[in-house]
Design a protein around this ligand. Structure first.
Ligand SMILES: [Fe+2]
Ligand SMILES: [Fe+2]
Length: 174
């Protein structure tokens, strides 16, 4: 009997690495929201504040850039899912931003937003990005890499990501 082989996860293609690095921050914001959902209003306010810092620095722009750059490499059902989930998360983020000025965000809102963001990132990391890098031609990936390299340099949130939370080439542990 031969020993079972263990295949490590496919390394994220360099063209998708900037998006995967954003996912580390997105997951952290999502997990903080879910954890704070059962806590008091101070804990919720802190998690929501962190979420909006991340949202304004990179998550909102990240969504738009995925729609601009990845949809041409995706299948119709993947496009529907990506657009639907982005719409749900944007709608929740907008509603929470309007509310938080006058009263603390609710536990259910924190939980729903955190869970949806977490699940969306997990789908992209576990399913979508692997499918894209397996399906795209070398030329398509090279063109994508040019665009994402520019994004990586210009992203205002880059300074937040630099250092301990941005291991190159590795996908977030989702
Ligand atoms: Fe996305
Ligand atoms: Fe993403």
């Amino acid at each position: 009997m031969t020993a079972q082989r263990h295949h490590p996860p496919l390394k994220r293609h360099e063209s998708l690495q900037p998006f995967s690095r954003d996912h580390f921050i997105g997951l952290k914001a999502a997990n903080r929201l879910v954890d704070a959902a059962a806590g008091d209003s101070v804990a919720r306010a802190a998690a929501v504040s962190y979420f909006y810092d991340c949202w304004n620095a990179e998550i909102a722009e990240h969504f738009t850039q995925e729609e601009q750059l990845l949809i041409g490499l995706m299948l119709p059902p993947e496009i529907v899912q990506l657009r639907h989930e982005h719409h749900e998360i944007r709608t929740l983020a907008k509603a929470g931003g309007l509310k938080s000025a006058s009263r603390p965000p609710s536990g259910p809102w924190c939980k729903e937003l955190g869970q949806k963001l977490h699940d969306h990132i997990r789908w992209e990391e576990r399913v979508l990005f692997g499918a894209i890098q397996n399906r795209a031609t070398a030329g398509q990936l090279a063109a994508l890499a040019e665009s994402t390299a520019v994004i990586e340099k210009r992203r205002p949130g880059l300074r937040i990501r630099r250092g301990k939370q941005s291991p190159g080439g590795r996908s977030p542990n989702v």
